[in-house]
Design a protein around this ligand. Structure first.
Ligand SMILES: Nc1ncnc2c1ncn2[C@@H]1O[C@H](COP(=O)(O)OP(=O)(O)OP(=O)(O)O)[C@@H](O)[C@H]1O
Length: 633
């Protein structure tokens, strides 16, 4: 993986811009069309001063010429109607382009994120990830609609207005351009700071999003422990950080705007003075001076607007940077060269001397941006640096989770994993669907190392039933059919029957069409388990990974779940993190894990006789495990 850090080195803005533009290649015609509309719509304000000059200098004094009052007014009316129409079309196409870019960019970003490895998702808050897909993509699309297109049109307008000024009066035109070098100097000095200021703003927004999604997701715990006030304080602190950075960005942008505006005013006053003298001594007509001032504002307006457009561009550039940071992350787990396809494996799994260390990096909470850059109660806003802001300080942690793991699960066998908390049971099962690849050793499926197969094929052989039985918003039917590409109504019903879920589903008013909320909040624990089991049954996997739920169910529900699990496990290689004594006792192999190693292995009886850790666990914990169905087992 290239980088899993949240803030890798920043790319140069030219490189970034070029890259973004190449991404937007499919929209070239749309962009050119909007620019053409914009240029046309600016022809209107260019016509009006000229007509005003004709009105004042020729028509109103009653001089003979080809223009009459009516014809001048007619041209003015036509120009205005044309202008309104063009503006409408331009706004419409700009919105359309922007929204299409958002749809496309979000799709590609989401698509890329789905290929990223567990490490990426585990080292970030869900809300932070969501923030990139929503906020940053939204910001990035402004670069074109609100930024680059306006910039191109404004440049066109500046050139055209400058040409009109020179046509009206050469000396005055030269005088009015004096502010351009000053503008350039101010701009180059402040511009980079504005961009970095917005970088911080987005970073803070991402933190807020991360915090909110996490805490709202856990609102039951927040309320149960009465932590509402503490959570609100935490949120407020984060929101104030965001506020301070937003204000910094705003003060900087505003400063640039104010300086540019002052230059503009100075230029206008200078022209009134110099132009006034010229009118007084007869070298310039009044109409020309008025037209000159109108064109001057059309020269200065885009320059003033440029500072606004620039803010949009800098803001968007910060968003684009953050989006490409994600695109630059390569999936750790992916297909090798010429991967082997498998339709249906036998389910023979071997671990050969597997070792694994979790390495994670996360921002150092003791060293947040603001603490680094701004004293806590400082009132005035911080001035971001002109050099690239350093990535936030990170803490690197590594945790050896597994060592020297060797095992052989033959097709159809049940392997039960037991051991104290943190022993490495969950880590071990993660290697089978390749959520992680081991650092040492290898895992083989039917005698061939897992990475040699097509990843999608490997995963298709496996069903995972996790403790928290993740169900998605949607109908009962959708949730059961989730993993299957070809299941029809009958298959879904059969799976529900085998999972002992059919009866309770049919008792609901809408049966299989009943909508269940996020994580299935409206179902009981046992019902959720049975839906999860039905989902796995439907894909008919060769390999089953089961993290048994720890929470106890009532006797009736327990019986139904156990029966469903029995059916699911039949003739499949099953790895189960066991929390039921029944499962442990019926397993073909029990692997007793402790501190990342398999310390004992065998059947229930063999391990009891060994008189080691298993026996201790049995005496202390396993006996207390739910012994349902034990007699049957
Ligand atoms: N994503 C992670 N990043 C860093 N360390 C991790 C991560 N997941 C687990 N660990 C660590 O790896 C070790 C093994 O954890 P694992 O979850 O595999 O244990 P377990 O036996 O499944 O525990 P439990 O029964 O409590 O679920 C623990 O020390 C744990 O702290």
């Amino acid at each position: 993986m290239k980088s899993n850090r949240s803030e890798p080195d920043l790319p140069s803005k030219y490189h970034l811009f070029k890259r973004y533009m190449s991404f937007l290649k499919p929209y070239t015609y749309g962009i050119l069309w909007i620019i053409a509309l914009g240029m046309l719509s600016y022809c209107v304000p260019l016509v009006i001063p000229w007509m005003t000059k004709i009105l004042i200098d020729d028509v109103l004094p009653g001089r003979d010429g080809k223009w009459t009052l009516e014809s001048v007014v007619l041209v003015l009316v036509a120009a205005q109607i044309f202008g309104v129409l063009l503006q409408f079309l331009r706004n419409y196409y700009t919105a359309k382009l922007g929204n299409r870019i958002v749809v496309d960019l979000r799709y590609k970003l989401y698509q890329h994120m789905q290929t990223l490895s567990q490490r990426f998702f585990e080292s970030r808050q869900t809300g932070s990830i969501v923030s990139r897909v929503l906020n940053d993509v939204n910001g990035a699309q402004n670069m074109i609609g609100g930024g680059v297109i306006n910039l191109v049109i404004d440049v066109f307008m500046v050139v055209f207005a400058a040409a009109m000024l020179f046509a009206l009066d050469m000396k005055l035109a030269l005088l009015s351009l004096w502010l351009l070098p000053l503008f350039y100097l101010t701009f180059t000095n402040l511009n980079v700071r504005i961009r970095f200021a917005y970088r911080y703003v987005h970073r803070e927004l991402e933190k807020i999003s991360g915090l909110l999604v996490e805490r709202i997701g856990g609102i039951k715990i927040v309320q149960a422990f009465g932590k509402e006030k503490a959570e609100l304080d935490r949120y407020e602190k984060q929101a104030i950080n965001h506020y301070k950075h937003s204000m910094s960005a705003n003060v900087l942008s505003n400063t640039l705007g104010a300086i540019v505006q002052s230059f503009n005013h100075a230029g206008t006053i200078l022209i009134w003075l110099a132009g006034g003298y010229a009118v007084l001594n007869g070298s310039l007509s009044l109409g020309s001076l008025i037209a000159f001032q109108a064109y001057l504002s059309q020269l200065y307006d885009p320059i003033r607007r440029f500072s606004q457009v620039n803010i949009t561009i800098q803001n968007s550039m910060a968003n684009v940077e953050r989006i490409f940071e994600i695109f630059d992350m390569e999936p750790e787990i992916k297909d090798g060269k010429d991967p082997i396809a498998i339709e249906k494996c036998k389910g023979d799994i071997v671990f050969e001397n597997v070792g694994f260390t979790y390495v994670s990096e996360r921002p150092d909470p003791a060293k947040t941006d603001l603490k680094y850059t701004m004293p806590a109660r400082k009132k005035f806003y911080l001035l971001p640096p002109r050099t690239k802001p350093a990535p936030p300080p990170m803490i690197k942690e590594s945790n050896v989770a597994l060592r020297h793991i060797s095992l052989h699960a033959k097709p159809g066998e049940v392997i039960a994993l037991v051991g104290p908390s943190g022993a490495g049971k969950s880590t071990l099962i993660h290697f089978i669907p390749r959520f992680y690849d081991p650092d040492e050793g290898r895992v083989l499926l039917d005698g061939i190392p897992l990475p040699h197969y097509r990843l999608a094929d490997v995963r298709r052989q496996i069903a995972v039933v996790l403790q928290d039985h993740i169900l998605f918003s949607g109908t009962m039917y959708d949730n059961i059919a989730y993993g299957s590409f070809k299941a029809d109504k009958r298959d879904v019903e059969e799976a529900a029957k085998a999972a002992n879920a059919y009866d309770f589903i049919m008792q609901l008013e809408h049966g299989f069409d009943t909508v269940i909320g996020e994580r299935g909040v409206r179902l009981s624990g046992g019902q959720k388990q049975r839906i999860a089991i039905a989902r796995s049954l439907l894909i008919d996997p060769q390999i089953l990974i089961l993290d048994e739920a720890t929470s106890a169910l009532d006797a009736e529900s327990e019986h139904l779940v156990t029966e469903a699990l029995e059916r699911l496990m039949k003739n499949r290689t099953t790895f189960v993190i066991a929390h039921r004594l029944a499962t442990v006792v019926r397993a073909d192999q029990i692997l007793v894990m402790d501190r990342g190693q398999i310390v004992e292995r065998g059947t229930h009886r063999e391990l009891l006789e060994l008189n080691g850790l298993y026996r201790k666990l049995y005496e202390k914990q396993l006996k207390a495990m739910r012994p349902e169905q034990l007699l049957k087992a």
